[in-house]
Every structure is written in C-alpha cells, then in structure tokens.
Ligand binder design. Sequence first.
Ligand code: NAD
Length: 316
Amino acid sequence: MSQLKRILVTGGAGFIGSHVADALLAAGFEVAVVDNLSTGRQENVPAGARFYPFDIKSNDAFDLICSWKPHVLVHHAAQMSVRVSVDDPVMDAQENILGSLNLFEAAARAKAEKIIFASTGGAMYGDQAPVPAREQDRAMPECPYGIAKLAVEHYLHFYQREHGIIPIRLRYANVYGPRQNGLGEAGVGGHLYRKISGRGAAGHQWRRSPDQGLCLCGDVVAANLLALEYNQAGIFNIGTGKETDILTIYLRLKEIIGSQQGPVHGPAKPGEQRRSALDSFLAQEKLRWQPQISLIEGLTRTTQSFQERFGSGGKR
Ligand code: NAD
C-alpha cells in the first residue's frame, strides 16, 4: 500500500466517491477528484483533494490522467439511475461505457497499476438469480445501467490483459448513508427520507419497490481501502447477504423520524430487479471485508445526517 501514492477518484463530489476520497486522504494518499457536478456537490469534495470539474468523457479528463499519472484510478463517476438508463440507453452507454473507456485509455497510457471500479450487485444478476446472489452466478442484468456496468467489467479484463492494470470490480448492493442524494432514482434511504419527511416533489406516494439488499456507505468505503491492498484481479459482491423489504425500511425510518405518514403504494419501476441480496463470501475471504454496521444503526446515523442537513421539520 505504501507504494501507491497518487489516487484519482472519479465521482468524488458524489455520495460514495466523496466518502472514499475522505478515507484515502485520511490514510495518507494524495487524492485528485474528477467530477462534472452533474449530481455531485463541490462541498462534498474534501479540502485536501485536488478538484477538477471535468467530464469523464472529456479530453480534459484524459489529459489530466496522462499528466498526473495516478497509480490507482478509483472510478465512481456514473449515470446511476436505472430509470434514466431504461428511457435513454444510448445516453447511459455514452456516460457509463464510453466515459469509462476514455479514463481507462488514459490510465493505460499513464501506466496506472490498478483500477477499482464501482460496479453494481443490485442490478447485475437479474430476476432469475438465487438470493443471495454469488459472484459466480450468471450475470443477467435487466436494465441498460446494469448491462453497461457488466460491459465495463469485461473491458477491465481487456485492460488487464493488454496493459497489466489490475482490475478490481466491487459490485455494490444498494448503498445508503450520509450525503446520499435523496433526489435520485437510486438510494433507497434518501428517497424514503424525503417522502416520509414530506420533502419529495412526488408528494407522499412511492412505488412498490423490490426487496433491497442494503449496505451502509462506511462499509463500502472500507471495501475500497481493502481493494487497494489486494493485488490481484477480482470481482467482489459488497453487500450484507440480507434482503430487507421496503416496508421494513419505511417503518424503521418512520420510527426514527417520528412521522405519522402512511404508505401509499404505486406500480414497480421498469428495469428494476424484483429482489436483490448479495453473498459477499469472496470479499470476506479475499479482501477480509466484513459489513460492520447493522441496518438499524446505519439508518439511525443516516437519518441524523439528513436531519442535520435539511432540518428535522418543515420544507427545505
Ligand atoms: P452519485 O450520483 O452521488 O455520484 C456520482 C458522481 O459522479 C456525482 O458526483 C456526479 O456529479 C459524477 N458524474 C456523473 N457523471 C459524470 C461524468 N460524465 N463526468 C464526471 N463526473 C460525473 O452516486 P453514488 O451513489 O455515489 O454512486 C457512485 C458509484 O457507485 C456509481 O458508479 C454507481 O453506479 C455506483 N453504485 C452506487 C450504488 C448506490 O446504491 N448508490 C449501488 C451500486 C453501484
């Protein structure tokens, strides 16, 4: 780990990437963040990181990687809405496939040693997979977002063969935690918080959602740090192995917030898997990763952070 000095984090102004950047700085790495602020916020970028407001598809991002020569690329920037990917698969592929390839081409030229890629577990295995799904189960993504993530995983194998870059693909479950963008399509915690606390533009209705495999962001950050120390190619599910139905999450959040709101169900969203939970046996065995924080503790911490950010009552 001590030989790895410069780390470029894409999406480091977003929810997960900014927490990863925080942890990397705390561990003593030199960190640069590339983020076009399409969903991220500049205030999320840690003060100790260099910040470049570039699009991952741009020549600016390409040139930066070629000149700064990061040892590791930690790639979190993405179009990450399943719904948007269903409505506009071309745009999704431009962001998530071509944007990634622009970075990987530059990383190859800069002789980067490793790429850690934020992939998806929740949208990877499809409805036919066993629950919880293991990495060796067949990937059959149901939506363009998952298909693009799988394609990028395969491209990383090419960059390993052709350029010797170690690829580590972390297939995250549904991640929740502080700084989560409650406006987005993904991110069940932030989404429900907005609705239960009456802040969502969509009123108090929500759709009938699939059972969620949830993972607290702090545990996901820990997986990224462990992946830095792991010097072999890998695909790792990062999840707790448990399914939590959306009503349970709703009831927990309602209890924590002290809301009187009742649930009103709507239809399922197109492209979403009906169930998802990830078996993280390989991550536990190879990365020595273990989820540390219980759902109750995680939801409580997350809700507190939302209340600090938005206030505990009234509209924003
Ligand atoms: P986020 O939207 O908070 O972060 C994504 C960041 O990428 C944002 O800051 C955004 O501004 C930036 N970005 C988007 N397109 C860009 C582009 N073309 N150029 C430069 N920057 C760009 O989302 P997140 O929840 O932090 O997700 C981070 C990564 O983890 C994504 O790759 C996502 O697919 C993956 N992931 C997230 C979850 C989850 O539940 N949140 C689950 C599985 C995988």
